[in-house]
Ligand binder design. Structure first.
Ligand code: HEM
Ligand code: SF4
Ligand code: SF4
Length: 509
């Protein structure tokens, strides 16, 4: 978070690449695909045709073909870099367990596919590097005695190879990325409202970066492969070919143990201890009117609608899949029935979190506010468990209440605090934009406060008394500064004058 904070300073929060690594992966995939199609048009199979056709693009048609070839290579490298950072980030921020196992699990085969696509690409050039890759790969494969005759024999002499070999390689080089695209789609099936396009400025910037690199350091081939010599390649692409020197050093057996063991470990990581199972959200049919807001806002597609089962006059009811739910509470923030003004009967919204019910949240708010001293700058802070720890700031004039995600806060709670004069100002805080642990809680809350997403913050709420300070765990100093300045603003404001009216069912507004 600290590193991302610095990147925020350089790129601005909107264009911070670490917030959209997956989307950048998609973007590089498209660049690789388009440039690949162009290169393929000129590619010829056969020896030495394959090598010659790539040489033609690089030297004769450098102004377009050469640039396309370089873009193809550098965007593929960028994809690997993005993938590695993406895994590290999801792991470091603990975003791979519970209901999120699905995205993690489907990500693992993608690692293999990206690598296989890249390695077969280097093979197609048929220069000395390709020869080295071909021979070493086949030695690696031959370690498994599944092929009747060792495939490395194909590379013993030029006469053993024909154009069918290149046709097979091209097939692998095109088919694997197509399958990768399919898995990329599966990867997002449980990520609602996923971002697959980076922000425009970042997309243009990163494309220009690849273009400039392609012009000043174009991708080139090494000497043509010669099967009568032992290749001594220089200039290995470390993004894709890092494993080859290792094969030479430790031998195929250890490489297979490492690769298969590493893959198995990655696959089971979401279920390794410490396992934290938090109770999933529950629907209370007596209060659910089937409005579908929770379905739309759940970031993990954990809620669906089904035909009404309790005979009430509504068509549908919400139903939660407890295996997918991560207990973020964002659905509670979305539910129009989660209003703390409700006094008639027990306060149970249509959807609620057993770990922190809306009613407990209201009790906590009232209890915290009762400890505030009588002064004109009392602040109620609504915080998020995954971001800056707000309880550290509790003190004179500051009361705090934290919840699993800021997106759990129904805007009516803010109205409640101010209209009941429980505090003179409200601060909502949570993860930085783009860093929301539950992906969308911060964005949805902003939109609800801005009045562009239901349930909206009521117009009567004095906006000058509501402050949003997005602060991750490492932003304590910035938060303290903003709090002090907000307290200053509040002391200069006239006292709030609100009349609470009772409506028919006993609800106070
Ligand atoms: C080609 C490579 C990959 C691409 C293009 C890609 C793309 C994406 C995208 C677009 C998202 C949604 C981000 C959002 O909107 O919040 C995502 C989420 C995710 N990815 Fe990947 N991904 C790739 C590889 C991987 C790998 C290798 C892993 C781990 C093994 C992985 C793990 C995850 C996880 C756990 C999430 C869910 C995050 C969450 O629920 O907050 N991804 N990925
Ligand atoms: S938001 Fe509330 S009322 Fe609407 S469908 Fe979901 S649980 Fe029911
Ligand atoms: S708590 Fe609600 S919004 Fe969050 S994952 Fe569960 S059902 Fe979805």
């Amino acid at each position: 978070m600290w590193i991302e904070g610095w990147i925020d300073h350089i790129f601005g929060q909107k264009w911070n690449p670490t917030y959209c690594l997956g989307a950048l992966g998609y973007y590089y995939f498209w660049i690789v695909s388009i440039s690949g199609i162009y290169v393929y048009i000129f590619f010829e199979t056969g020896i030495p045709d394959a090598f010659m056709s790539i040489e033609y693009l690089t030297n004769e048609q450098w102004w377009l073909g050469g640039i396309m070839r370089s873009l193809h290579r550098y965007a593929s490298d960028a994809m690997v870099a993005m993938m590695v950072l993406h895994i590290i980030r999801e792991f470091a921020f603990d975003r791979y367990r519970g209901g999120r196992w699905f995205s993690w699990f489907t990500g693992v085969p993608m690692l293999w596919m990206v690598m296989i696509a890249g390695i077969t690409g280097y093979w197609l050039v048929w220069d000395e590097l390709a020869q080295y890759v071909a021979i070493t790969t086949t030695e690696l494969l031959d370690w498994f005695p599944i092929f009747g005759e060792p495939i490395a024999r194909n590379f013993l002499a030029p006469s053993h190879l024909d154009s069918r070999f290149f046709t097979m390689m091209i097939f692998a080089h095109i088919f694997v990325p197509l399958f990768l695209l399919f898995i990329m789609w599966i990867h997002l099936q449980r990520v609602a409202h996923s971002t697959i396009n980076p922000p425009r400025g970042l997309a243009i910037g990163t494309f220009l970066m690849l273009l400039v690199l392609s012009i000043i350091k174009p991708a080139t081939s090494q000497s043509i492969a010669d099967l009568s010599t032992i290749p001594s390649p220089v200039g290995i692409d470390w993004f894709y070919l890092w494993i080859y020197p290792l094969i030479d050093i430790v031998g195929p057996a250890w490489i297979w143990i490492g690769l298969l063991g590493g893959t198995a470990l990655l696959l089971i990581v979401p279920w390794l201890p410490p396992a934290k199972k938090v109770p999933a959200a529950v629907v209370n049919l007596d209060n659910c009117n089937g409005c579908t807001r929770c379905v739309v806002d759940c970031p993990f597609s954990a809620i669906t609608m089904q035909k009404r089962t309790d005979g009430m006059a509504f068509d549908q009811e919400a139903i939660v899949n407890p295996d997918i739910c991560v207990a973020c509470g964002i659905c509670v923030g979305a539910c129009p029935t989660a209003s703390p003004f409700r006094r008639a009967g027990e306060f149970i919204p249509g959807i609620d979190l057993p770990g922190l019910s809306a009613s407990t949240l209201r009790d906590k708010v009232e209890r915290a506010a009762s400890k505030l001293e009588g002064r004109p700058d009392r602040i109620m802070v609504f915080g998020c468990d995954k971001a800056l720890r707000v309880d550290k700031f509790r003190g004179k004039g500051i009361a705090t209440v934290s919840m699993p995600c800021a997106g759990m806060l129904p805007p009516s709670f803010i109205d409640f605090v101010l209209s009941r004069k429980l505090a003179d100002g409200v601060v909502v805080t949570g993860c930085r934009r783009g860093e929301c642990h539950y992906r969308l809680g911060q964005i949805w809350l902003e939109e609800r406060l801005d009045g562009v997403r239901d349930p909206r913050l009521r117009k009567r709420v004095p906006r000058e008394r509501v402050n949003r300070i997005w602060a991750s765990a490492t932003d304590g100093r910035m938060f303290a500064r903003n709090m002090a300045s907000f307290q200053g603003t509040l002391s200069d404001l006239k006292p709030i004058d609100h009349k609470i009216k009772k409506i028919k069912d006993g609800t106070e507004q």
